[in-house]
Write a protein that binds this ligand. Structure first.
Ligand code: GDP
Ligand code: IMO
Ligand code: MG
Length: 423
């Protein structure tokens, strides 16, 4: 069974936790898009791990983890991440981590260009993670990027980087930001590249071999559907296809290799960065922040929080072809007496069951809510779906009906073991 795990909201749905949980019965875990803008949290055996470029399967022994061709890879960031995870007692050997030779390289100047672009947008800024994601994907699409395989040819890389650095410096100096010396950039990137070199390979035949040998493959999505470059709240999105299709183009495995798509969502909605958020709710945000929850794993920024939005989820289930829902953070709603679910948007007096494309319509979208009773009891110790309070099961059933997708998993806490299988 080959399964895509994809985010159905604006990221941070708990994908890392679900991937980690499913890795036990998988052989290969592969990332196909995004970069270290992702922050995937896993809590296992009392230890918290935060993963940015490393697939979440890395915490298990005897599993192959692949950074696929569609990922933009920051070599310096990845080396730091490997060192951090190794310091937590996880060995990361070349047989356990493979990096695609087609993966595009994030250079330090990409990160600074990301910051420059944000500064130039002023109050229209996207609120990026400043990890250089947009500029690196722009170079890829503009056919002037460098891939891991290109770094094998140092002379070629030096030529290209020298040209790109001088172009970048022009922009950066206009914004009063740090400019770069090509020789220093090359030195820094090559120091990291040498550490990564044993892991870099043509990952496509490796993945195909595993597929043909009937191994179980897990595709770990990053970000979420509403951050997808095509389906998201454009322009307040990331620069890759975060939806299920990106798992194929980003790994070299065809759609015919996939049997299941698990869509991950929270029992409520969160968003970090700028852009529309119709169900955003200040009291719910304050309440969840007060519990120490909903701070970004990558940037530490507080996430805006709001009620469950099934307009978004319905659309996300459609475009991803979700075969099972994983609803995380149910326990976040434990104390509330009355819960709201947004079932549609009213825009200029017209009811919409799917999100609009027009950016100005988002601003006028008023959520239409239905109220459900809360369960007002602690779910974090529940060890089976049956043990959940009746109102919690009713809430989940309604969520599933409104999205037209079956429930598969429910999260009642951040720990690996706080994942319930829905019978
Ligand atoms: P990802 O980017 O989709 O992997 O999600 P993040 O790790 O960025 O954010 C999800 C947050 O929710 C993390 O702090 C997780 O530890 C936490 N989490 C995931 N599932 C649950 C759950 O069911 N209950 C609780 N309380 N926390 C959860
Ligand atoms: P995971 O995989 C939440 C958001 C940023 C910003 C927008 C563009 O942990 O769910 P970028 O740096 O990609 O150019 O930023 O996308 N964003 C995320 N939000 N979770 C993520 O990843 C995100 N990755 C990017 O906050 O709004
Ligand atoms: Mg995250």
């Amino acid at each position: 069974m080959n399964t895509i795990i994809t985010g159905l909201q604006w990221g941070d749905e708990g994908k890392g936790k679900i991937v980690d949980y499913l890795t036990e019965s998988a052989d290969v875990v592969v990332r196909g898009q995004g970069g270290n803008n992702a922050g995937h949290t896993v809590i296992a055996n009392g230890t918290k791990y935060v993963l940015h470029l490393l697939p979440s399967g890395i915490l298990w022994d005897n599993k192959i983890n692949v950074i696929g061709n569609g990922v933009v890879c920051d070599p310096i960031g990845l080396v730091e991440e490997i060192a951090r995870i190794e310091s937590q007692g996880i060995a990361i050997t070349p047989d356990k981590l493979l990096i695609s030779d087609r993966s595009h390289v994030v250079f330090p100047f990409h990160k600074e260009l990301d910051a420059a672009r944000e500064a130039s947008l002023g109050d229209q800024k996207i609120g990026t993670t400043k990890r250089g994601i947009g500029p690196t994907y722009s170079d890829k699409i503009n056919r002037c990027g460098l891939r891991m395989a290109d770094l094998l040819d140092r002379e070629f890389t030096t030529q290209q980087v020298t040209r790109r650095v001088s172009e970048a410096n022009e922009v950066l100096s206009r914004h009063g930001l740090t400019t770069f010396q090509a020789a220093e950039v090359i030195e820094q990137v090559y120091t990291a590249f040498e550490r990564l070199r044993p892991h870099i390979t043509n990952t496509i035949p490796v993945l195909h071999k595993a597929w043909k040998a009937n191994k179980n493959l897990l595709f770990e999505g990053a970000q979420g559907t509403l951050l997808d470059i095509d389906y998201g709240t454009y322009p307040f999105v990331t620069s890759s296809n975060t939806t299920a299709g990106g798992s194929c183009t980003g790994t070299g495995l065809p759609p015919t290799a996939i049997q299941a798509v698990i869509g991950v969502c929270k029992a409520y909605t969160t968003r970090v960065g700028s852009g529309p958020f119709p169900t955003g709710d200040e009291p719910l945000s304050e309440y969840l922040h007060g519990l120490g929850r909903e701070f970004g794993a990558t940037t530490g920024r507080p996430r805006g929080c709001g009620w469950l939005d099934t307009v978004l989820l319905r659309f996300a289930c459609m475009v991803n072809g979700v075969t099972g829902l994983a609803v995380t953070n149910l326990d976040g709603l434990d104390a509330y007496a009355t819960l709201q679910i947004c079932t549609s948007y009213e825009i200029d007096g017209v009811i919409h069951e799917l999100p609009p494309a027009d950016r100005s319509a988002w601003e006028r979208a008023k959520p239409v809510y239905e109220s459900l009773p809360g369960w007002q009891s602690d779910t974090t110790a529940c060890t089976s779906y049956e043990a959940l309070p009746a109102q919690a099961k009713a809430y989940l059933k309604r969520l599933s009906e409104l999205c037209d997708a079956p429930l598969a998993f429910v999260g009642v806490g951040p720990d690996r073991i706080q994942t319930l299988v829905v019978p």
